[in-house]
Design a protein around this ligand. Structure first.
Ligand SMILES: [Zn+2]
Length: 316
């Protein structure tokens, strides 16, 4: 209940911001009959090929991401025959066929930009920092003295116990822009070094994109001005749909590490962490047809509300 209330407040803020950002263009507002708000949707199933992403006991992140991505694409095509769906991959490969994660990220961003996407949706699964299955945790329960005379010293006494994977739920990330411009203030911030997904993504991501190039700076400015509010709106709607479906929604987060692919794409963009593969219950959900269909439906419903919000404003 608490989450539902929070996401309602967030949602109102996000819609307000998206609407004000939309009208900030003044007289250059697109004519509603000329241009639908969402004509091309980029679906980016995370990882692929040699890059498995995080692993559950039975399934890898790259498989869940692809399964849900294909289901979501099918829903979009059935619902809106006029909307074009572009997938960064439709099979178990690294997009672009390269041999590094960085090459894949570059390919994803370039494909999205070349396809002139209106929204970019990256699909991922999370882990809690420990491999799936039982893991051993060691903690200090006290101290004892060892050695004699001058060599006598205090040493810790350890106890080992079996850890449990308790973290679960969904999170949606957007590129971290200047939050002063965002009036729906309830978005959480995550700084460098707090990346929750597989750590490798951060490094490969910095290799893939030169953030100091003039092009990157222009893209960052564009993102703040044009895409941040709509990214926040869509992310909030996604988490709201997850909440309504009974998932544990952790909310919307801004992040600037590990998700530079979002900023490299010249369009509103989100990265959805669909659940924790390190959690056995969530893995069962993420592996199941019902679970995957529900996630795809939730994202589809968020897309429907997103499109309707932007288009109703354009008509007014
Ligand atoms: Zn991932």
């Amino acid at each position: 209940m608490k989450w539902y209330n929070l996401s309602t407040i967030l949602l109102q803020g996000a819609i307000y911001t998206a609407l004000t950002a939309f009208s900030a263009g003044g007289p250059k507002l697109p004519h509603p009959t000329q241009r639908a708000a969402v004509r091309t949707i980029i679906i980016d199933p995370g990882h692929g090929g040699f890059d498995t992403g995080t692993k559950g006991l039975q399934i890898a992140e790259k498989e869940v991401a692809l399964d849900v991505g294909m289901k979501l694409g099918k829903l979009i095509e059935e619902t809106w025959p006029d909307v074009k769906v572009v997938y960064t991959r439709t099979t178990d490969v690294m997009p672009g066929g390269g041999s590094t994660i960085a090459s894949g990220l570059n390919y994803r961003a370039e494909l999205a930009n070349k396809s002139r996407g209106d929204i970019f949706i990256a699909l991922h699964c999370d882990n809690d920092g420990h491999p799936a299955g039982p893991f051993t945790v060691r903690r200090i329960v006290g101290h004892r003295y060892a050695g004699k005379g001058k060599r006598r010293r205090r040493v810790p006494i350890y106890e080992s116990y079996t850890g449990h994977h308790t973290r679960k739920g969904t999170e949606t990330f957007i590129w971290k822009a200047d939050r002063a411009g965002f009036k729906g203030s309830a978005i959480n911030e995550i700084g460098e070094g707090e990346v929750t997904d597989s750590a490798g993504e951060t490094e490969s991501d910095s290799l893939a994109f030169d953030m100091n190039s003039p092009e990157a700076r222009i893209r960052a400015q564009l993102y703040e001005k044009k895409y941040f509010a709509n990214s926040a709106l869509f992310a909030t709607l996604v988490e709201d749909e997850f909440s309504k479906a009974g998932r544990a929604s952790e909310g919307v987060f801004q992040r600037d590490a590990g998700i530079r692919v979002l900023q490299a794409t010249g369009m509103p963009s989100v990265l959805i962490e669909m659940g924790f593969l390190s959690n056995v219950e969530e893995e069962q959900y993420l592996i199941s047809e019902d679970g995957q269909n529900e996630i795809a439906r939730n994202i589809m419903d968020a897309l429907r509300r997103y499109k309707a919000t932007l288009e109703s404003h354009a008509t007014n």
